[in-house]
Ligand binder design. Sequence first.
Ligand code: HEM
Length: 462
Amino acid sequence: MLDFAIFAVTFVIILVGAVLYLYPSSRRASGIPGLNPADEKDGNLQDIVNKGSLHEFLVGLHQEFGPVASFWFGGRPVVSLGAVDQLKQHINPNRTTDSFETMLKSLLGYQSGTGGGATETMMRKKMYESAMDNSLKSNFPLVLKLVEELVGKWESFPEGQHTPLCAHMLGLAMKTVTRLALGQRFHDDAKVIGFRKNHDAIWSEIGKGYLDGSLERSASRKGQYDTALSDMEALLLSVIRETRSQRERGTFVDTLLQSSLTERQVMEDSMVFTLAGCVITANLCVWAVHFLSTSEEVQDKLYQELDEVLGSEPVTLEKIPQLRYCQQVLSETVRTAKLTPLAARLQEVEGKVDRHIIPKETLVIYAMGVVLQDANTWSSPYRFDPDRFEEEAARKSFSLLGFSGNQACPELRFAYAVATVLLGALVRRLRLKRLEGQVMEVKSELVATPKDDTWVTVGRRS
Ligand code: HEM
């Protein structure tokens, strides 16, 4: 509980830190319905702690005050938007960066891409996305092979064997992301394990304990974090130099090296991609397999689509858009799991949502977890029901939120591609069953991660 409470507070601090990293602060009150500060210095921090998580706090806030509601972070007013209609009025269609990217870069101490002007930011965004797309395109057979290894292993398990999902999915995500981003040298599993050690050490401090000073106060934790970060940076720099000298083609690093970015910028983007890519991909796959294991009907429908579109051929990048039901399953996974429950922006110029004025420089939270389970937008919001995305209105709301379509978060697009290959292979060969009696508690709010490993059993599809 204490861990959770610290996390809830830290998360707000990080969000604020991330947006303030870009902009200076202001302290004007918003005049929007909401909570008064419970404490002059801490604002409503204690209320957040009492609720156990920022997401739970926001659920209560919006229940009480409606879709546009305010609270106080320390002496600073915060406005939260908790419904699609209100978010629609606020989301800037030209948004080029998200709070997670900004937050990751600020936590890692990286300036590049955010300090430059709009043109440079746009150029960096384009480079990043094309490096990601390129790595997928050039290495798609490798993704198929890595998935095949995993599914082959599951096939060899005796019927009913308990299989720990998080461990397997993290393994798959780490292998895929390192190979696609960094290339051949991660052919060796021992290298992936070394990478994972540093990845875990860095990620476990991100979203927890960093900006509340607890990391700084613990010399041993700080030492481990610094060592992991500098080891990872050294590794990435050596990969960059090797890629350049050996002309290894088609990786994320290779595409970035062909641009005008400096070596340092290539290293930073590779760090962000490998850190975030592993986490989003692993957790999307965990939740998708988990929800599938709860419904034979969904597995059968997916099987049928795969059969119709692919016959006995493997998934290809070109065929993915034709797998519409598979995309519905993944969208419904993101929605039901609230995979990324929070986002934030700093109000750049004075704005208006409904009749409410949002003053310049107010921190605006997008309460995605609230929006994704708002009964006015989604009927039976807690039910896993991929069919709801048959409706155009549901698809439109989802893409407006940044979870699908051209405006989707690039990290998520990458994760969708890997998850599609995985589901394509799993569902055609195996039957997934969930283990009764498991409670899926969520550990982190940056990307919803199960607190403990979760188990499925697999059997052959007859
Ligand atoms: C754990 C990491 C991440 C999470 C949980 C995450 C989540 C999200 C979410 C929820 C959105 C839609 C809401 C919004 O616009 O804020 C979004 C959009 C976006 N994300 Fe991410 N993201 C992550 C990492 C990244 C990274 C590393 C990058 C790029 C370097 C990135 C680039 C973007 C961009 C550019 C958009 C806006 C899409 C557009 O409108 O063009 N994200 N992300």
